[in-house]
Design a protein around this ligand. Structure first.
Ligand SMILES: Cc1cc2nc3c(=O)[nH]c(=O)nc-3n(C[C@H](O)[C@H](O)[C@H](O)COP(=O)(O)OP(=O)(O)OC[C@H]3O[C@@H](n4cnc5c(N)ncnc54)[C@H](O)[C@@H]3O)c2cc1C
Length: 371
């Protein structure tokens, strides 16, 4: 049932694009506002996708397109930095036995490309680039999101899928504190980093389907191999934890690559063997934390904007997918139960709060889309 209810999604990353898929299937109008000039950009990162997320992709009708781009992880070994294999793990086999799929490694840029390309043409027309959000106004009647170029979009609610440095999050904070200057709220920079990460991709130096790790004092590595390319993640403990946003230079990156150059990726391949062939790389601090407040009024957060995990266990994207599922089950119910197709203010607020409460529930749940 189409409705006049309109959602403004801020951020055209993986979670914003998945939100677009869920909304268009539910017949709810939306726009996606992405600050970058292009949806697909390749920095060399990968994303490991777990079976429960693959099931959601199946529900969205995009599983086959995705699987054709992925590399299953089947073989696990743990090494010392010298390359001594001290553990043979069965984590990937167990995942397959218990959940029906191997974990699948995707090149992040290709995953995003599939998420964008599988949107129907009329949904793609609602995805706008070079639209960095700068301001949100909201009241009981609706929201207005203003972009850096001065354009603005009116709607029923704003969903912040704009990542770790979310502008939606800071605008939501501003609205909450304007309404009550005494209230407790999350700090402007809510996450803490204890590690930094140099990540990148390179032509595959070995057989596909490896998911290995290498361990040392204050340093470790994850390595994944696919048919076309391999990906590494070089983790290093920071001298002290920080909440500051750090931007690394090329010199910083080269220095870290040098520190790791003799570390083993496999029994026969070291970091220095692939460093000269890198296809793309980047370095970032690894923020961690879960926000106290995920919603205020007509604004709600999903993905890295409200929870952030270190990358080594592959939880960030997979958890963001669960946010999409829970939020859209609640929103769809609210829209379809209202006779006009536009839920009242209190009904909407309740749906957004249900999302936050369900996702923060400490009992273990996996959520799927309800049709
Ligand atoms: C190297 C690396 C490896 C990872 N590996 C895994 C893994 O194996 N498995 C896993 O589950 N997770 C992994 N993660 C985490 C995962 O990438 C994130 O959890 C996921 O990308 C979060 O998606 P998101 O859409 O919420 O945010 P993002 O991916 O950060 O996307 C946010 C989008 O919003 C846009 N944006 C930002 N500000 C604005 C604004 N003001 N206006 C408009 N648009 C804006 C950005 O340009 C971006 O496109 C990894 C992360 C890294 C860095």
């Amino acid at each position: 049932m189409p409705s006049d209810f309109k959602v403004i999604i801020v951020g055209g990353g993986p979670i914003g694009l998945l939100a677009a898929h869920a909304l268009q299937l539910a017949g709810i109008d939306f726009v996606v506002l992405e600050q970058r000039p292009r949806i697909v950009e390749d920095q060399g990162a990968s994303i490991i996708v777990w079976p429960h997320t693959l099931r959601v992709m199946h529900q969205l009708g995009i599983l086959e397109d995705l699987l054709s781009m992925g590399d299953e992880l089947k073989r696990h070994l743990s090494f010392t930095k010298e390359g001594y294999a001290f553990s043979v793990g069965d984590r990937w086999e167990r995942t397959h036995q218990n959940h029906g799929y191997w974990p699948v490694a995707f090149h992040r840029a290709e995953l995003i490309e599939v998420l964008y390309n599988t949107l129907p043409p009329d949904a793609k027309e609602k995805v706008f680039t070079s639209k960095g959000l700068v301001d949100i106004e909201a009241d009981e009647a609706g929201v207005r999101a203003t972009c850096i170029d001065g354009s603005f979009y009116k709607g029923s609610l704003v969903i912040g899928a704009d990542g770790v440095h979310s502008k939606t999050r800071s605008q939501m904070r501003k609205l909450a504190l304007e309404a009550d200057t005494q209230r407790d709220w999350d700090p402007e920079e809510p996450y803490l980093s204890t590690y930094r990460l140099l990540f990148g991709s390179f032509p595959s130096p070995c057989q596909p389907n490896f998911g290995y790790d290498t361990h040392s004092q204050d340093k470790s590595i994850s390595f994944f191999s696919g048919e076309k390319r391999g990906w590494f993640f070089l983790y290093e403990k920071l001298p002290s934890p920080t909440q500051e946003r750090v931007k690394y230079t090329e010199d910083d990156i080269q220095a870290v690559a040098k520190e790791f150059s003799d570390f083993a990726l496999t029994q026969t391949v070291k970091v220095k063997d692939v460093w000269s062939q890198m296809c793309g790389y980047g370095m970032t601090t690894l923020q961690e934390g879960i926000l106290g407040h995920w919603t205020f009024g007509r604004v709600v957060l999903i993905g890295d904007s409200c929870h952030k995990f270190t990358t080594h266990i592959g939880l960030g994207f997979n958890n963001g997918v669960q946010d999409v599922v829970v939020l859209f089950n609640a929103l769809r119910k609210a829209v379809h139960q209202s006779s006009s197709g536009i839920p009242g203010y209190l009904t909407l607020i309740k749906a957004l709060q249900t999302h936050e409460e369900s996702r923060k529930d400490h009992k273990f749940h996996l959520y799927y889309l309800i049709s």
